[in-house]
Design a protein around this ligand. Structure first.
Ligand code: ADP
Ligand code: ZN
Length: 290
């Protein structure tokens, strides 16, 4: 089967043509502008590509409840031109093939479980730390939707006693995203995150926060793998700091070899690297029988 995959991000869109083995046959990306400008590019890209279905992994929050009147909408996003925009219905007008709609991070969790770091696992979490923080979860082989969909980035965590930064989440100020997203790091230290040297105390603080979020996920969902993607995680030196902090917080309580002996293989970078979101969108089609 030839699949059309869309990773609809708040900063950029990536579209691809993917086969059922996860091979990327063609790929383009462009910045996210207004819905009309952006989706015209999407529609043009897929013309005459012979795709049988589209997987749409979308930034959120989104309405994923098929019985809701707003099913297919991007809801309370700070990106005003996209707020309450029904991306699914818009695309359905142009494509007479199934479109499978989910969060970008649920897609990425699924893609990693099919072809990447979570291969053969039924339980894994994918967390992206970028412009925002978002997470998707595969639990017993199924993606978690529930009431809305997981909003892992907005977890509440303990503020470091020496951190006076108030946080930037427009809803909660100092939730995980408010303290540890890329823009939060940049506002706290007044420079681009990639300019901060590896020994800067920004990274210790970042690991302190991310580790708390990860521990909560371990305790709530019992994932077999935690995959950390997004721009901020390009700082590879963060991984050992996070693993150390997670081990410290858990304090031998979750007494499994995976954590006590193999944590380097438990908290990892996406094996699909920058294609995790795009391949994840394709994986959504494979997971949902047409
Ligand atoms: P998005 O979340 O918009 O899809 P990214 O995952 O690339 O996009 O995240 C962008 C954020 O990550 C920005 O705040 C940026 O400063 C930060 N970022 C991007 N690259 C790096 C890097 N190499 N090191 C640290 N931070 C980075
Ligand atoms: Zn928040």
């Amino acid at each position: 089967m030839i699949i059309g995959a869309i990773e609809a991000g708040g900063t950029k869109f990536i579209c691809g043509i993917i086969d059922s083995n996860g091979n990327i046959l063609e790929k383009i990306n462009f910045p996210t502008e207004t819905p009309e400008i952006t989706l015209t590019k999407v529609i043009n890209f897929f013309q005459n590509k012979n795709i049988s279905a589209i997987g749409l992994g979308c930034f959120g929050p989104i309405d994923l409840n098929p019985s809701s009147e707003n099913y297919g909408c991007i809801t309370t996003t700070p990106k005003l031109s996209w707020r309450n925009f029904n991306i699914l219905n818009y695309l359905k007008k142009y494509f007479q093939i199934p479109i499978i709609f989910d969060t970008d991070v649920n897609g990425a969790a699924l893609g990693e479980s099919l072809w990447g770091a979570g291969k053969n696992l039924k339980n894994c979490v994918y967390l992206t730390i970028g412009t925002g923080i978002g997470g998707g979860a595969l639990v017993e082989g199924n993606l978690v939707h529930g009431l809305l969909h997981p909003e892992m980035g907005h977890m509440f965590i303990k503020v470091h006693p020496e951190d006076n930064f108030e946080g930037i989440c427009p809803y909660h100020k100092n939730c995980l995203e408010g303290l540890a997203s890329g823009p939060a790091i940049e506002k706290r230290w007044n420079t681009k995150a990639y300019n901060l040297p590896a020994d800067h105390k920004a990274w210790e603080l970042e690991a302190y926060y991310l580790a708390q979020g990860i521990v909560n996920l371990i305790l709530c969902l019992s994932p077999e793998k935690i995959i950390l993607g997004g721009g901020v995680m390009k700082q590879e030196h963060l991984f050992p700091l996070i693993r150390k902090e997670v081990t410290k917080i858990l304090n031998n309580y979750v007494s499994t070899k995976t954590i006590l002996e193999n944590i380097d293989d438990y908290i990892v970078y996406p094996q699909l690297k920058d294609n995790a979101g795009l391949l994840g969108a394709a994986a959504l089609v494979l997971k949902n029988p047409l």
